[in-house]
Design a protein around this ligand. Structure first.
Ligand SMILES: Cc1cc2nc3c(=O)[nH]c(=O)nc-3n(C[C@H](O)[C@H](O)[C@H](O)COP(=O)(O)OP(=O)(O)OC[C@H]3O[C@@H](n4cnc5c(N)ncnc54)[C@H](O)[C@@H]3O)c2cc1C
Length: 402
């Protein structure tokens, strides 16, 4: 008899309950939620996107969005750590072998990729290091360089933000060729760089929200083997970001839909518990407070449905024009929903929602980051507005997302 497939969503709900118990302490001192990651490991969720032939759960993008949204109900920060790991494993697992071969991937790439995915199943956590000061996450503007050395590459540069810095096994690092003309084609490429010699963590992370992500800076001066070049091909990164943006765009949406949903759930708990003028639950009797909860409910559900539709399209037809439009819609709606729901629910709940250490206060701060994570809500809106005008969404305006 074959074993039943584990239910990743049920496991994510269990993890979220434990995350919620630790979230306030990690938020207070901006510490990395190592126990939450251990819960993910124990639940097998680090292998969520890894194909079953390699021991993983073989989930697609739609299932990822449901899992990440559920995790964010317990801690937005831990869901974001998971999102970075899922982006690396999901992107690598999601490229069909024949497409990789057509693009020119060498034979060794498939073995290296499978080994890296097997390690995820065994518990290795991966992170992403793209963002730089002065470039943000605009891949074509990055200054970190790579150059060929004997049997490998030397990477040098400064990364401003990398979630899980110092706590992950390896980072997906984006760098441009030191030899290329940056105004022509900077040949931006991804490398999988293990944490270790040549990778220094800079303690820069003390932000308003999403504090428990240890998203510190990294200084890189590191030599990696030639097999660290993801795909075995230089210069694919920008092309892939335009062609198949799901892991760079809509994966964050799942986290912030979860933050928005958690805010609504917490606001409901708050107004039904709160005693005003001697009556428990008096706030729930106030019409305009119920109205705020109702609008929050609609906003969360609209963002969730847009995200689910983006996930369904990614699984059915990654890279299609309509799929990519759905991806940008999901990111925009999730960022807006998180912020609008948090602003409205805190107003409905009053000072109790703004007291340092309250759950709503943490969610309000976490929600603020959704719109600025790449591509920012303004950039997503520009992409969609350009498409609505009948122009090429990626090249039809002066804004270049990547
Ligand atoms: C909680 C958290 C975790 C993060 N984790 C990671 C991580 O693990 N790895 C990583 O690499 N990065 C990470 N980041 C960084 C994140 O990717 C950047 O904040 C983001 O790319 C924006 O960069 P920036 O903040 O420097 O803003 P800038 O790039 O300076 O942008 C500022 C504003 O300019 C506008 N803008 C943005 N793009 C364009 C454009 N193309 N054209 C015109 N205007 C534009 C937008 O309105 C934007 O809000 C994280 C950020 C947060 C908040």
């Amino acid at each position: 008899m074959t074993e039943a497939r584990p239910d990743p969503l049920a496991r994510a709900h269990d993890c979220a309950q434990r995350f919620a118990e630790r979230a306030a302490a990690h938020d207070a001192d901006a510490s990395f939620p190592a126990e939450d990651v251990q819960d993910l490991r124990d639940a097998g969720l680090l292998g969520l996107l890894v194909p079953t032939r390699l021991g993983g759960m073989g989930a697609g993008f739609e299932e990822y969005t449901a899992v990440a949204t559920a995790l964010a109900a317990g801690s937005g920060s831990s869901a974001l750590v998971f999102n970075m790991h899922a982006s690396v494993t999901g992107a690598l697992a999601g490229v069909p072998d024949d497409l990789a071969t057509q693009l020119g991937a060498p034979e060794w790439f498939f073995d290296v990729r499978d080994e890296m995915l097997r390690k995820a199943v065994a518990g290795a956590l991966y992170g992403v290091a793209i963002t730089e000061r002065g470039a943000g996450s605009r891949l074509s503007a990055l200054r970190t360089t790579f150059e060929a050395t004997d049997g490998g590459y030397r990477l040098r540069g400064e990364k401003a933000v990398a979630t899980g810095a110092g706590h992950v096994a390896a980072y997906l690092v984006a760098a441009r060729s030191a030899d290329a003309d940056p105004d022509d084609d900077p040949r931006v490429s991804y490398f999988l760089v293990p944490h270790g010699d040549g990778v220094t963590v800079n303690a820069t992370w003390d932000p308003l929200g999403m504090r428990a992500t240890a998203s510190n800076g990294l200084s890189l001066d590191v030599v990696v083997p030639v097999t660290a070049l993801v795909g075995g091909i230089e210069g694919l990164t920008v092309l892939l970001a335009y062609a198949m943006p799901q892991w760079l765009v809509a994966s964050y949406a799942a986290v912030y839909v979860g933050v928005a949903a958690a805010t609504l759930a917490e606001a409901v708990r708050y107004v039904t518990r709160r005693t005003v003028t001697g009556r428990k639950g008096a706030l729930a009797q106030v019409g305009f407070i119920r109205g705020r909860l109702g609008r929050a409910d609609a906003a969360v559900e609209a963002a969730r449905l847009a995200l689910r539709e983006a996930g369904r399209r990614v699984d059915a037809a990654a890279g299609d024009t309509e799929t990519n439009r759905a991806i940008y819609r999901a990111k925009l709606l999730a960022g807006d929903a998180a912020m609008d729901v948090a602003a409205s629910c805190t107003e409905a709940c009053g000072l109790g929602a703004l007291v340092r250490g309250s759950v709503l206060e943490r969610l309000f701060r976490d929600a603020r980051s959704g719109a600025i994570m790449p591509p920012s809500s303004d950039v997503c809106a520009d992409v969609l507005g350009t498409a609505a005008l009948g122009l090429d969404p990626m090249t039809g305006s002066e804004i270049r997302p990547w």
